[in-house]
Design a protein around this ligand. Structure first.
Ligand code: AHR
Length: 614
């Protein structure tokens, strides 16, 4: 078997080629990427039919000492619910409070990760009928084992109206399953609202969990599509993601119940924060918005106009000034929007789409618009710059889909493969088999990058306490994380954006299970030109491949050698786990016979790349 790579010439791969898709699914954001430790900080959470529910807050004390309910007395207009606590006991007299006082606690999202030496900013709003002493503490999940605490004493005049209180706690020990407690021994009525606890140590200090963002940064994504997925649509329009309710001060955001993935989000991770994250990652934001279509109901096109409002305005405009007040006077670099998600077949999709398309085009002619309708096999009946392509399938089918765009039209809108993954039995919760099939698919997309301009895997994150969808690229809980083999396959493509696709010719007796591509690019870190050959061996036999690279300077290769990176494992169904996070990860070695002509051995079920100096 031979692979011939032509290192001269080639064709450009779009700068935007490789990116990521973030969806609020599996508690990816709330209880995940967004570092807020308190779940349901405004006491507003409810199911689709419940106006308010304090879950997962619980009460400390029994009915002889405290009673807790909610009312609508909050100082925040868009989220009126506040917690009311009637304290029946006292620090002295006939009904003395239990040791430690009475109050409430929040276990966070399946336990707060509190780490020794780190600082946590706790902020809340309080009102009371009299003076109040409050103890704010971080403890073990059963309320014992205090990790940090602060005593707050407020006079009657301090708290006769709502008062914002802030305190910083420094942890003296580590506990991955902690809780936040607010306790008191002050008899009277106390109201609490918008209770937040944030680690001080977040990515660039902007509220994102650092080690999770680092996993994203390591992929060098050129774009980030957000915030869904079905999350954008909702089962019902009333529960869809509405960007206007997710901007401005966090305390004033109402939060909403995502009825597709069935959980409440406080929307601390809102439209602004997504744009900020994109900027921090050096990725272009691709905002998917609801165009009046959910899974079960739709806005009729004749009534859609009030929905057609769009913001990228200058700092003096209505929405631009709000953005400026949040610390970002410069407009974000929003160049792409996706109109809806998987809604092409729905009755009002085209009509609503066109209303948005026309309005956006008129105001922001530079913004590129992405349609939900697949144009890979037939032309669209409406204008678009790009079209979405989603695929979830078994491993063999995914591997064969490398050719899905071989015959797609080269004129008209370009493809955005915005969701792809092997699912079902072949994938489990993230197998090597799934990853190898995806590697084959991505090699096919790279070879078709004249028409496929963007690719992103889905879903990106899963909190193991709420697995709504399998598999996912990055798995985490309150303090641990690992990448699935599908995550690691993506790292092989992170240099592809803006690179040059080289011509390759693979001749093999078992070519149906082999796939290869090659790129050349200039490394910004050292300014040197590199060449990367990628080969998937999807079969169960070892393959010896004679690789020739035409147009390569042999001296340069001899001088600098070359690195080989291999992703494989002893069993094709192997997965990573918290206890063995590096079972299936790429391993690097020196390529022993680096040169213009070489023999390379590809193990069964493997994905290999080798980088040469060009
Ligand atoms: O990625 C999971 C879901 O799959 C997305 O929400 C949706 O777009 C697709 O159906």
């Amino acid at each position: 078997a031979t692979l011939v790579v032509d290192a001269s010439g080639g064709s450009p791969i779009p700068d935007t080629f490789f990116g990521i898709f973030f969806e609020e699914i599996n508690h990816a954001g709330a209880g995940g990427l967004w570092a807020e430790l308190v779940s349901n900080r405004g006491f507003e959470a409810g199911g689709p039919n419940t106006p308010s529910n304090i879950d997962p807050w619980s009460i400390i004390g029994d009915e002889s000492s405290v009673s807790v309910s909610t009312d609508r007395s909050s100082l925040f207009e868009r989220n009126k619910v506040a917690l009311q606590m009637v304290v029946l006991c006292d620090s002295q007299g006939a009904n003395i409070c239990p040791a430690g006082g009475v109050g409430i606690y929040n276990p966070g999202f399946w336990g707060m990760n509190i780490e020794q030496g780190k600082k946590y900013k706790v902020l809340f709003y309080v009102r009371s009928t009299g003076s109040v002493n409050l103890k704010v503490s971080l403890t073990g999940s059963d309320g014992v084992g205090e990790l940090a605490s602060s005593e707050i004493i407020l006079s009657e005049s301090d708290v006769s109206n709502w008062k914002k209180v802030e305190t910083t706690l420094e942890a003296k020990a580590t506990n991955h399953n902690s809780r936040l407690q607010l306790t008191t021994t002050s008899k009277g009525v106390i109201w609490l609202d918008q209770v937040s606890a944030m680690p001080e140590d977040t990515y660039k200090g902007l509220g994102f969990r650092s080690e999770l963002v680092q996993m994203l940064a390591d992929l060098k994504p050129r774009f980030i599509r957000f915030p869904g997925g079905c999350f954008v649509e909702g089962e019902w329009l009333r529960n869809a993601f509405r960007w206007k309710a997710t901007v401005g001060p966090w305390e004033e955001r109402p939060g909403h119940f995502g009825d597709v993935w069935m959980y409440w989000t406080d929307d601390g991770l809102g439209y602004f924060e997504f744009l900020q994250l994109a900027e921090d990652l050096g990725a272009l934001p691709i905002w998917v918005f609801n165009n009046g279509v959910s899974h079960n109901d739709q806005v009729d096109t004749s009534s859609i106009l009030p929905f057609v409002q769009f913001a990228r305005g200058d700092p003096n405009s209505k929405w631009g000034s709000l953005r400026a007040s949040m610390g970002h006077p410069e407009p974000f670099d929003l160049r792409y929007v996706a109109i809806g998600n998987e809604d092409c077949g729905k009755k009002n999709y085209r009509g609503n789409y066109l209303k948005f398309y026309d309005a956006i085009k008129r105001t922001y002619p530079d913004i590129q618009m992405i349609s939900n309708c697949d144009a890979s096999s037939r032309p669209l009946d409406h204008p678009a710059h790009m079209y979405d392509y989603h695929i979830y399938t078994n491993a063999n089918d995914m591997f064969s889909k490398a050719h899905a765009f071989d015959h797609a039209s080269r004129i008209g809108p370009k493809a955005f493969v915005s969701e792809y993954a092997v699912t079902g039995r072949d994938a489990g919760t993230g197998s090597l088999l799934a990853a190898l099939a995806e590697a084959g698919f991505l090699i096919g997309l790279e070879k078709n990058s004249d028409v496929v301009h963007m690719i992103s895997y889905a879903p990106l994150f899963v909190n193991t306490n709420d697995r709504r969808w399998n598999p996912d690229a990055i798995v985490f809980n309150s303090y641990q994380l690992y990448g699935t083999p599908s995550y690691w396959v993506q790292q092989f493509f992170r240099e592809s954006s803006g690179a040059t696709l080289l011509k390759t010719n693979l001749t093999s007796t078992s070519s149906s299970s082999l796939s290869a591509s090659a790129i050349a690019w200039q490394n910004s870190a050292d300014g040197k030109n590199y060449l990367r050959v990628k080969v998937v061996n999807f079969g169960s036999d070892t393959v010896n491949l004679g690789v020739s690279i035409d147009g390569l300077d042999p001296k340069a290769v001899q001088l600098f050698g070359s690195t080989k990176t291999v992703l494989t494992s002893s069993n094709v169904m192997d997965e990573n786990t918290f206890s063995d996070p590096n079972k299936v990860v790429p391993k690097q070695s020196q390529l022993s016979s680096a040169g213009k002509d070489m023999n390379v051995v590809f193990p069964p079920h493997s994905f290999t790349s080798f980088d040469l100096l060009k």
